[in-house]
Design a protein around this ligand. Structure first.
Ligand code: PXP
Length: 238
């Protein structure tokens, strides 16, 4: 079974645009789980422009599925938050400060020593680690040397090419997944996955563990309702 982890950052974006607590992100996490999400993902950024550090603490209290915190461990504050809240998984992302959204994965060759040291901090605390990565064979080959448990394939390039040539779009991801499987790494995927491109991806990627989806899912929920939308996404993963 491929897990669907729902990224609830966008609830916080809407809330923060007005102040107050509407919509309530804790309620969103509770509801997402009731509606069938297999996990909750949050991506606190240093400027706390959507999910705040305190949101993460509050959400942790009610997560009954799998909790995944994404972020750049460059910030000591981020490392402390993860160690304090002890999610099931931390996904390390090399996003720059103020970046609109994640737009590249780790260079596991260049940043091997840094990743190795950082990953050990989380693993010593019993937290599973995943690293965001482009589907480039040399980078996948270097990933296990960092001690990571999983990789998260950065799927924006797939999503962009899906409508013009889906076979070509998925090719590097299949090769990357085969390589990761052969090295004993778990595989997650995320970014720009949606109701059109998700099923083709999940059917073709061998041993996909989890898809982490935010933007498109929340946009669809505006039209289709949150419960219905989660069920529709889950169906694409079956
Ligand atoms: N994975 C990572 C590492 C991300 O940064 C994001 C966006 O916050 C996602 C997955 C989800 O991407 P999307 O919001 O496009 O579904």
């Amino acid at each position: 079974m491929i897990k669907l982890s729902v990224n609830i950052n966008k609830f916080a974006t809407i809330r923060n645009s007005r102040g107050g607590n509407n919509p309530d992100v804790v309620k969103a996490a509770i509801n997402a789980q009731q509606f069938g999400a297999d996990g909750i993902t949050v991506h606190p950024r240093p400027d706390e422009r959507h999910i705040t550090y305190n949101d993460v603490r509050e959400i942790k209290k009610i997560v009954t599925t799998e909790f995944n915190i994404e972020g750049n461990p460059r910030e000591e504050k981020f490392i402390q938050l993860v160690l304090e809240t002890k999610p099931h998984q931390v996904t390390l992302v090399p996003d720059a400060e103020g970046q609109l959204t994640s737009d590249h994965g780790w260079n596991t060759i260049e940043h091997k020593n840094y990743l190795t040291e950082t990953i050990q901090i989380f693993k010593n605390a019993g937290i599973r680690v995943s690293i965001f990565i482009d589907p480039i064979i040399e980078l996948i080959e270097a990933a296990p040397l960092t001690g990571t448990d999983r990789i998260e394939l950065y799927t924006e390039a797939y999503a962009k090419q899906f409508n013009t040539n889906k076979k070509k779009a998925i090719e590097p991801y299949i090769k990357a997944a085969e390589k990761a499987n052969s090295l004993g790494l778990g595989i997650n995927a995320g970014h720009d996955l949606n109701l059109e491109n998700l099923q083709y991806f999940s059917k073709n990627i061998p041993c996909l563990d989890e898809a982490s989806i935010g933007h498109a899912l929340i946009c669809d929920a505006l039209y289709l309702g949150f419960e219905n939308t989660i069920q529709l996404y889950k169906r694409q993963l079956q």
